[in-house]
Structure formats: structure tokens, C-alpha cells
Design a protein around this ligand. Structure first.
Ligand SMILES: Nc1ncnc2c1ncn2[C@@H]1O[C@H](COP(=O)(O)OP(=O)(O)O)[C@@H](O)[C@H]1O
Ligand SMILES: N[C@@H](CCC(=O)OP(=O)(O)O)C(=O)O
Length: 373
């Protein structure tokens, strides 16, 4: 199974964490970046396409600015990222040049991928770079992001890039051998889990934070990323990026790290984008009848099942669908604005035109635009 997944992966997203690039040293570990470049060169020589999602800008910038520990404020973090990002990309440029390879920098915000046109544009750029034999190196555009438009962590970003690029495998390189049954910092006897068929709530509880001055999210965000990739039908392999030749060994068949298998019933690319890339701008609370109908795959959300509207949004926006007890059931793109839904909620679809004076369709969310969570 593992060999089959790795052999079939022609296009791979490799996420490299700050803990790998900086380790415990201050600034970037250039020797390690050199080793990684050699490994990527070998993967490419074997006919694979590689897209890198790299952290490390803040870690590199901290050193330049002489900041010890985590940057104290958001502007300090953004300043560190601005200075660190150019150092980071230069380090990759130099390391890849040794193997006659070129890299390109791509900085993204969540807004870029949430906008369908920008998403498709970014996709076309990625394809073109790969056609030119260039390795794209992606990071969050830390300098300009604020809460609403940020990915927040690069684990999450790497899962979304996997979708963007339609890659067949996500590799997460971190500073630990893989996913353990408990956080090894507090449970030294915890065992490594080599194969995860499906991410359970118990595993999510076993995932701890980063606990370092440079990492963001720790195992929590890595599990979330593996889950997202899995919903897109893509496996995630988590490896220790600080181990020399770890990629080469893993692709040669060694049973290293943790492999998260993809889900069998995976979402298509557009539905994955609705569920994970778009930021919901409102909420529809539905009744028990609608909850039951939605749970049966393939049904649209009709006005009759909606009991409350929260937030202000236009037609076409992404909203959460929640049950009366607050459980999030689904997400989808609405066919009507919040003001229109306020008027037609609780009514039969046949009454929409009489109430509004016009009608876009029978559904508040058509099943093609609806994703169950
Ligand atoms: N169950 C777990 N298994 C493995 N590592 C865990 C677990 N829970 C928490 N961690 C921590 O997650 C850290 C890696 O995440 P992070 O510091 O964000 O690194 P990165 O910079 O690679 O994203 C590990 O060093 C480890 O201390
Ligand atoms: N964009 C930030 C990285 C944020 C992040 O998620 O870090 P990490 O947990 O080390 O992957 C940077 O370049 O410093």
C-alpha cells in the first residue's frame, strides 16, 4: 500500500517546517537546506514534480533583527518575516543552483486562494513554473496578512496547495520522526504510529502544540492538514526533515515516519475548495428535518428547513450550516443573500417568487454547492 502510494505520486508537495530549517540554531541551517536540495534534485531526476511549501521566514528574520524567542507583537513578526523571507529564498536559490536547478518564490494569502479567479491564476503559474523545470517555493505572505485573510500556519497552507496543484502526495517534514500516540515532550514512552487509516478524535486529542519559539501549531495543525489532504483523496507522509537523506530513504521503500491514508470517498477539487479554502461569512441554522435530509448525501438545502440566519452575506457567499445545538453539519455557497433568506426561510420553495417577486432557484444551497462535513 505504502509503496504503491509513493510510487504513483508524480506531483508532490513538500512542506518544510521552521523547526526543520532552524532547528534549535538561531537563523537558517544552511547545511540542512543543502541536503534537502540534493534530495529534491534526486526526486526530480526520477521524474517527479516537486512544489515546496517552506516556513522559516520569521525564524530567519528573528536572527537578523536580534529578537530572542518569539517576536513580541504582530508587526514585529511581520517585520521579521519581511527580512527573513529574502534570506530564506536566497538560501534555497544557492542550494538548488549547486544542482543546476532554479527556484521561484510564491507568497500567498488565504484571500488569494479563496477568490476562484486568483486560485485558477495561481494554478496556471504553478503549472508553468513546473513546465519550465523550476521548483516553486511557497510561503504565506506574512507581511500583509491580518486575521481574516491568513492561513495561520503552513501545514494548513500545504494542504490547500496540494488541492491547488492537484498533487498526489503531501509530505510534511518536521523535527520529529512522525505522529506519536502522545506528545513525546511530555510522554517520553509514547510510540510512533506508522500508519493512520483514518484520523480519529482520540488522535486529535493526542496531538499537542508546538512548544517551540519558531514552530506554529505543532501536531494539531499537521493532523488537520493530513485530514484536509485526505478528503481530497491525497495521502500525507510525515517525516523527520532533520534526518539526513530521509526523503530518499522513504521513497526507496523504508518504512519511515507516519503515513496518513486518504479517505475513500474524497471530495472533488471544487467541493474541497468550498469546504476548506473559503472563509464562511455567515451561518444558517437548520431544523432536525433538514439535518436528516442533509445527512443523506446528495440533497440540497431548501428554505423550509432554515430556522435562523446569522451574518450578512451576498448571493454566492460561503456559509456554515449548523444544527440547533451548534454542530456544524455542512458548508455551501448560497443562492440567496442573507436578507432574501430572512424573508423566505421556513417557506416552501413554491412560495419564493410570491415573497421576493423573483426567484433564482428552489434551493438556498444547491447540492452541487454543498459539502457535508
Ligand atoms: N502526538 C505528537 N506526536 C509528535 N509530535 C508532537 C505530538 N504532539 C505535539 N508534538 C510536537 O509537535 C512538534 C512539531 O511541530 P512544530 O513545532 O509546529 O514544527 P514545524 O516547525 O515543523 O511545523 C514536535 O517537535 C513535537 O514536540
Ligand atoms: N510563514 C511563517 C511560518 C508559519 C508556520 O506555520 O511555521 P511552521 O509551524 O514551522 O510550519 C514563516 O515563514 O516564518
Amino acid at each position: 500500500m505504502r509503496a504503491q502510494i509513493l510510487n504513483k505520486a508524480k506531483r508532490i508537495v513538500i512542506k518544510i517546517g521552521s523547526r526543520v530549517l532552524a532547528g534549535d540554531v538561531n537563523g537558517l541551517d544552511r547545511e540542512l537546506i543543502g541536503r534537502l536540495a540534493a534530495e529534491v534534485a534526486a526526486l526530480r531526476a526520477a521524474g517527479r514534480e516537486v512544489i515546496i511549501v517552506s516556513s522559516g521566514a520569521v525564524a530567519a528574520g528573528r536572527k537578523e533583527l536580534g529578537i530572542a524567542g518569539r517576536p513580541k507583537s504582530i508587526p514585529q513578526k511581520q517585520a521579521a518575516a519581511a527580512i527573513g523571507q529574502s534570506h530564506l529564498i536566497r538560501a534555497y536559490e544557492e542550494a538548488f543552483a549547486v544542482f543546476g536547478l532554479r527556484v521561484a518564490q510564491i507568497l500567498l494569502t488565504r484571500d488569494d486562494l479563496a477568490n476562484r479567479r486568483r486560485f485558477l491564476n495561481a494554478r496556471a503559474t504553478l503549472d508553468t513554473l513546473l513546465d519550465f523545470g523550476v521548483t516553486p517555493i511557497i510561503n504565506e505572505n506574512d507581511t500583509v496578512v491580518f486575521e481574516e485573510i491568513k492561513f495561520g500556519d503552513n501545514d494548513n497552507l500545504s494542504a490547500l496547495v496540494t488541492n491547488l496543484a492537484e498533487a498526489q502526495l503531501l509530505v510534511i517534514l518536521t523535527d520529529i520522526d512522525g505522529f506519536y500516540e502522545a506528545d513525546p515532550r511530555t510522554n517520553p514512552d509514547a510510540r510512533l504510529i506508522h500508519l493512520v487509516k483514518s484520523i480519529t478524535r482520540e488522535m486529535e486529542r493526542a496531538a499537542g502544540g508546538s512548544g517551540s519559539a519558531v514552530g506554529t501549531g505543532g501536531m494539531v495543525t499537521k493532523l488537520a492538514a493530513a485530514k484536509k489532504a485526505g478528503q481530497f483523496g491525497v495521502a500525507t507522509l510525515m517525516l523527520n526533515g532533520r534526518c539526513p537523506a530521509v526523503l530518499t530513504a522513504a521513497f526507496a521503500g523504508e518504512d519511515l515516519g507516519t503515513l496518513f491514508l486518504p479517505e475513500e470517498a474524497s471530495l472533488n477539487r471544487r467541493k474541497h475548495w468550498i469546504a476548506h479554502t473559503l472563509k464562511p461569512s455567515g451561518k444558517l441554522v437548520v431544523d432536525e428535518g433538514a439535518r436528516t435530509v442533509l445527512a443523506r448525501q446528495g440533497k440540497s438545502l431548501l428554505p423550509s428547513g432554515v430556522v435562523r440566519v446569522e451574518g450578512k452575506f451576498d448571493r454566492g457567499a460561503c456559509v456554515r450550516i449548523v444544527a440547533a445545538d451548534g454542530t456544524e453539519l455542512a458548508r455551501g455557497l448560497v443562492g440567496y443573500s442573507h436578507a432574501e433568506i430572512e424573508l423566505i426561510r421556513g417557506h416552501r420553495s413554491g412560495e419564493i417568487e410570491a415573497i421576493l417577486g423573483y426567484k433564482y432557484g428552489d434551493e438556498i444551497i444547491h447540492r452541487d454547492n454543498l459539502v457535508l462535513l
